[in-house]
Design a protein. Structure first.
Length: 582
């Protein structure tokens, strides 16, 4: 093996790792919505969690990525620690599919039905189809399919390049001597763990081992400990990802570590005892291709899973002992940056947090209305606390949504992230208006102001209408209730009409001496805040309705319904006019 072979090896490794990353990301993006749907239906049954971990890992081709996702899910409250253990077990077996795919490079034979399974036969065709899908088709889903095919073709090309580059090593005695060192189980485990921890992928490190096996210099006895070590090395990614997470997320990462480390120790001990007392002469046989690497890799992970299935509770307890209970963070901390790897789940979490924010804003408005009737210091402090918390929610959500939007999103997720950014701004402004109403209530108390009976009755009607519209906007958002959303805009027009009517009646009373200028200022402030609250509710409802039509033309929609072009709008407008008349 000369200098140019070394360059070829480096280039092949680069293509291999890039292809695996490209294919995994494209697969993950394409499956994002499906993963969310599966997670929503998941139960605590062991078989369900196990199969979920296995299938997801087969789809995205990385147990490390699956485990990091699971850490994020546990940190965000999507799943419990016990559910995560089942998924980790499934992911350990699911990751072995990559080795079986890569073993196709060792297919040999002259018959046409054998030739067709050789990568040099089907990879160029897949690459061509991938280029056509990615470069010439407009659909994002088809472009993602193209990237999957291109990633797979790049991965297989890199694998072939690595195998060709190391082929000359079979003639180098020093290389064979180095590999014999790994027949020492401890050195083999360490080598596999270090390599996998460095490149952050057990699938990639197994692929490299398969390429080296093509030299015919690796024995079964050397390969088995290395593969065991690779399963330990893959835990490094999850351990790094749990830094800064809550206690259950850290426990999930440690469960993954204990599962692989303790499983390796038990199976390595059995392997060493069997080798010492039974001989197992086949261990000195040389592996001639990657097929047997795939066999050993799968066998180890299956045995490890079978070993630990009866001891799920022990693994959970061990992780709880390692990471003890501490004080939990606030609810909005469920926005975990690990979820950015699965944007569909991240958007779903944003919607959940925005729902809490919506409820806080609606509660603050309701409390502010009560304060106008009877001033209460506790309610006063509660409204201020709500507003401060809503501000924190908006800051955290806004920053997180910007990060989510920078990921590779489906059209649907991209639209939802944009709509959420609009909606959380409106809910934050609603809570601000609650504080403004609170200040008006405080002014009425401090100055001992008293509205006339007529003014009180008129204001009460408008408050009831605004309370109704806030409830409709909140319910429309929380439950994706299109019927509630469609009722907001007609009611908003009624609120606008009420504002104008009440102002006109106030001027009449002012001219007749039935009201004062000072009360007029307070009343105007209240009417302005009530009207603006309804405007923000209109924006929220418009976003929800346009989301249903996959279009963000909110202002165009509002103009159309305000113009009376919809029969439903006219009917609802007339109904609300009758219900909230002065």
């Amino acid at each position: 093996m000369d200098f140019f072979d070394l360059l070829a090896l480096i280039g092949g490794l680069a293509l291999f790792l890039f292809g695996m990353q490209l294919m995994g990301n494209a697969l993950e993006k394409k499956a994002g919505g499906g993963l969310k749907a599966v997670l929503e239906k998941m139960t605590e049954r062991p078989v369900t969690g196990f199969l979920l971990g296995l299938i997801v890992t087969c789809v995205i081709q990385s147990s490390s990525a699956t485990t990091v996702m699971v850490v994020g899910f546990v940190n965000s409250g999507i799943m419990k620690l016990r559910q995560a253990i089942y998924i980790i077990m499934g992911s350990n077996i699911g990751t072995t599919i990559t080795a079986w795919i890569l073993s196709l490079t060792g297919v040999s034979g002259e018959a046409w039905y054998i030739q067709i399974f050789k990568p040099q036969s089907f990879v160029p065709i897949l690459a061509l189809i991938g280029v056509i899908f990615f470069a010439f088709l407009k659909s994002n889903r088809r472009k993602d399919t193209g990237l999957i095919l291109l990633g797979f073709a790049t991965l297989m090309t890199g694998m072939e390049a690595m195998s060709d580059a190391v082929a000359g090593l079979r003639e180098v005695p020093q290389f064979a001597n180095i590999l014999t060192l790994f027949t020492n189980p401890i050195l083999g485990v360490l080598a596999g763990a270090v390599l996998t921890a460095i490149i952050q992928s057990s699938s990639a490190s197994v692929g490299i081992l398969q390429a080296l096996s093509s030299t015919g210099a690796i024995s079964f006895g050397a390969a088995v400990p290395i593969i065991m070590g690779q399963n330990i090395g893959t835990c490094a990614t999850a351990l790094l990802s749990c830094m800064g997470a809550n206690k259950n997320a850290k426990r999930t990462a440690f469960v993954h570590l204990y599962f692989n480390v303790l499983g390796t120790l038990v199976l390595l001990a059995l392997f060493s005892l069997a080798k010492a007392f039974l001989g197992l002469g086949f261990l000195d046989s040389l592996m001639i291709d990657g097929f047997w690497i795939a066999v050993v890799h799968t066998a180890f992970n299956v045995l490890c899973t079978v070993l630990w299935i009866p001891f799920i509770g022990f693994l959970e307890k061990l992780a709880c002992i390692t990471v003890r209970d501490t004080e939990e963070k606030e609810h909005y901390e469920i926005l975990d940056e690990r979820l950015l790897a699965t944007p569909a789940i991240a958007v779903d979490r944003c919607r959940a947090v925005a729902g809490t924010m919506a409820s806080l804003s609606a509660d603050s408005i309701k409390d502010a209305f009560l304060l106008l009737d009877t001033f209460d210091e506790k309610r006063y402090e509660q409204i201020l606390a709500y507003e401060e918390k809503v501000d924190r929610y908006e800051d955290r959500l806004g920053s997180y949504l910007v990060k989510v939007s920078a990921q590779e999103l489906t059209d649907r997720d991209s639209l939802e992230a944009a709509i959420l950014l609009h909606i959380i701004s409106d809910f934050e402004r609603i809570s601000d208006h609650a504080v403004n109403i609170l200040q008006s209530a405080e002014e009425i108390r401090d100055k001992k102001l008293q509205f006339s009976g007529e003014a009180k009755a008129e204001l009460s009607v408008m408050i009831r209408a605004v309370d109704r519209i806030v409830g409709l906007a909140r319910d429309a958002f929380l439950h994706a209730d299109l019927e509630a959303a469609s009722m907001v805009e007609p009611l908003e027009q009624v609120v606008d009409s009420l504002k104008d009517t009440i102002k006109s009646k106030h001027i009449e009373r002012l001219q007749k001496g039935g009201c004062t200028i000072e009360l007029g200022f307070v009343l105007t402030d209240l009417l302005t805040n009530l009207e603006r609250i309804s405007d923000h509710c209109s924006n929220i409802a418009g976003c929800i309705l346009e989301m249903a039509h996959k279009d963000l033309a909110i202002h165009q929609y509002l103009r159309s319904v305000k113009g009376g072009k919809r029969e439903q709008f006219n009917r609802l407008f007339a109904k609300f006019q009758e219900e909230y008349h002065l």
